[in-house]
Design a protein around this ligand. Structure first.
Ligand code: HEM
Length: 332
């Protein structure tokens, strides 16, 4: 098994083609908020599929618990880090808004992992993370320009395409998209928070962090192996694996050093920054009717609790807005 690099332009161009056959392009107004414009672009690119998410719409829902390490409480007063066993709902997903996308397709990259912590007082907090080491763009406006460039670069577009031009002016984008590959299981992948959050501890000290969910082992398929898999191999594998025993991840926080940027998700912090083990996430069983369960679920990256704050990363607010727009459309 080996790590592969995504042929990105091909990836996105295939999607554009898929969308052409999936649904007629909706008509939208220009004066919409950036969050709405982004969901509109996704609907146009991937097609409108009633009841499904505008992005990351193919997924599977499981349940488990999180138990924090003693070190976590030293960094943050958040209730999830008090050392008790916190029930969690976890959703793994393929990228795109194409509901029948083959799990082994390059278009399904990056994969997502969403975690909802159910707190004793009835409140919830979420982490919505992805299998990219860092993000292709730093702002909603740049993501909008990226989706625009993808839509304007069909397979027969003259070179350089709009997408080639976008990559030229945003060199982090192709680099970010080459940091992931198809795993042999959703549970054998590492997921990154990408956006920065701010922890506060009992002493009032603040620390910028980025999350990582680290599995027991990472197994990536090469392109030929990924292409040979059945269309639902990741979705089907998870319940089978969990029936034999739980899957675990270590939730980790990468700690920023002074001067590390918190407002730019295209800039990974250096690898030598301290990684603190925040605790163990144990995934126990798939829910019986995942397709129905996922409709009810809304994960919001900015849904934080005392002890955790959003940083100045502009993506977090844009994402909250876009996820809410997508939820409202898919709930109608
Ligand atoms: C401006 C940037 C982004 C936009 C506009 C965007 C947009 C969206 C939208 C519209 C959805 C569907 C939400 C729903 O219907 O519930 C979604 C889902 C998702 N996004 Fe993003 N996203 C962005 C950045 C990111 C980043 C930085 C990550 C991870 C670090 C990420 C990970 C995910 C995941 C894992 C899901 C699936 C959520 C679920 O399981 O319900 N996205 N995104």
């Amino acid at each position: 098994m080996m790590k592969m690099t995504i042929p990105l332009a091909l990836t996105m161009l295939t999607l554009a083609t898929l969308a052409l056959v999936a649904a007629p392009a909706p008509v939208f107004a220009d004066e919409d908020s950036i969050a709405t414009q982004l969901v509109n672009k996704m609907n146009k690119l991937f097609g409108v599929h009633p009841g499904f998410r505008a992005n990351h719409d193919k997924g599977i829902v499981a349940q488990g618990n999180f138990k924090a390490s003693p070190e976590a409480a030293g960094l943050s007063t958040a209730m999830i880090f008090d050392g008790s066993s916190i029930p969690v709902t976890v959703r793994f997903s393929d990228s795109t808004g194409v509901p029948n996308i083959p799990d082994g397709s390059n278009d399904a990259l990056p994969h997502g992992m969403s975690i909802k912590y159910h707190l004793p007082d009835g409140s919830e907090t979420d982490m919505v993370i992805v299998s990219l080491h860092f993000f292709p763009v730093a702002s909603g406006e740049d993501f909008n320009a990226f989706l625009q460039a993808v839509g304007a670069s069909p397979a027969d577009a003259p070179k350089p395409t709009k997408l080639d031009q976008f990559f030229e002016s945003h060199p982090a984008a192709p680099k970010a998209l080459s940091t992931t590959a198809t795993p042999d299981s959703f549970a054998d992948e590492i997921y990154y928070g990408v956006d920065a959050f701010i922890f506060s501890n009992k002493a009032g000290e603040k620390q910028a962090v980025r999350y990582q969910a680290v599995p027991e082992k990472i197994v990536h398929l090469d392109a030929a192996e990924a292409a040979r898999q059945l269309p639902d191999f990741l979705i089907d594998e998870l319940p089978q694996r969990l029936a034999k025993g739980p899957a675990t991840f270590h939730l980790k926080a990468q700690l920023a050093a002074p001067g590390d940027p918190t407002n730019d998700a295209t800039k990974p912090w250096p690898d030598d920054r301290k990684l603190v083990d925040l605790g163990v996430l144990t995934i126990e069983k798939a829910v019986p009717n995942s397709l129905e369960a996922q409709k009810e679920l809304l994960f919001l990256p900015g849904q934080v609790i005392d002890g955790i704050d959003v940083s100045d990363d502009p993506l977090i607010g844009v994402r909250d807005g876009a996820y809410a727009v997508s939820f409202s459309r898919r709930s109608q």
